[in-house]
Write a protein that binds this ligand. Structure first.
Ligand SMILES: Nc1ncnc2c1ncn2[C@@H]1O[C@H](COP(=O)(O)OP(=O)(O)OP(=O)(O)O)[C@@H](O)[C@H]1O
Length: 223
């Protein structure tokens, strides 16, 4: 049974078809590199899977998440539960004013996470593997490079251990070394119970991730 699946998923704007009959099954442990020309609909697909498009229930019934061994349609899952299971990472993360620590702890202010405990040691250990010392956590967000901002964004979401992670060209503006460090962080999170889709224009990223290749062409997905 897949972890995340779509069956004949279509999405139209008044003048265009952006997703055309998209079907796939993403399995536990699977890693996918999603490629395709600019404008082919890769981001739209990820937004749909992350429940960020204004989809009606006829459409959200076509996206299914495996919840405790039962395939359940998106329309039947409370949005906070779905969004904590399926996380979307953007190319340009949106972070708030304040320090790295402020941003990492901010989600604990939401009702959904308020009973969870922030684990500073987990973050410091991850940061150490990325070559960042303990002072990094007290730095102002405004002092960070694009790659460092992406590190904060990854840690902020991965600390809640999503089941499916969707990466929308998250490393395209970064140098190779930073991109590979971020990939290491992702591979560290990933295991046989998780799955990921990684949108990229860089063939070497597919190899580095050991990912299957899916291709998007004009709203049509070939898996
Ligand atoms: N949320 C949205 N609502 C409506 N149309 C959108 C939305 N997001 C993107 N589009 C449009 O859908 C088409 C496909 O865009 P999309 O961003 O998915 O392409 P892409 O394959 O991710 O391209 P790139 O590789 O350049 O990022 C474009 O014409 C874009 O303008």
């Amino acid at each position: 049974m897949p972890l995340l699946a779509a069956t004949a998923l279509s999405y139209h704007t008044p003048d265009r078809t952006l997703l055309d009959n998209v079907s796939f099954a993403l399995h536990h442990g699977q890693k996918v590199a999603l490629v395709g020309r600019s404008g082919s609909g890769k981001s739209v697909l990820l937004q749909a899977l992350a429940d960020l498009l204004p989809l009606d229930s006829a459409v959200t019934d076509r996206i299914m998440l495996n919840r405790n061994g039962k395939l359940t349609s998106l329309s039947q899952i409370p949005p906070p539960d779905y969004r904590s299971a399926v996380a979307l990472f953007h190319q340009t993360p949106s972070l708030s004013d304040g320090t790295v620590l402020d941003n990492l702890t901010a989600p604990f202010g939401f009702k959904y996470h308020q009973n969870k405990k922030f684990d500073k040691d987990w973050h410091l250990q991850k940061l150490a593997t990325l070559g960042k010392n303990d002072n990094f956590i007290d730095q102002s967000i405004h002092e960070l490079s694009g790659g460092e901002r992406q590190i904060v964004s990854f840690l902020r979401t991965l600390q809640f251990n999503p089941t499916v992670a969707l990466f929308d060209e998250t490393t395209s503006a970064l140098d190779d070394e930073t991109a590979h460090l971020l990939m290491r962080l992702v591979l560290d999170w990933h295991d046989d119970t998780k799955a990921l889709i990684w949108v990229t224009h860089t063939p070497s990223e597919q190899q580095a991730l050991g990912a299957d290749l899916w291709r998007m062409d004009n709203g049509v997905l070939a898996v």
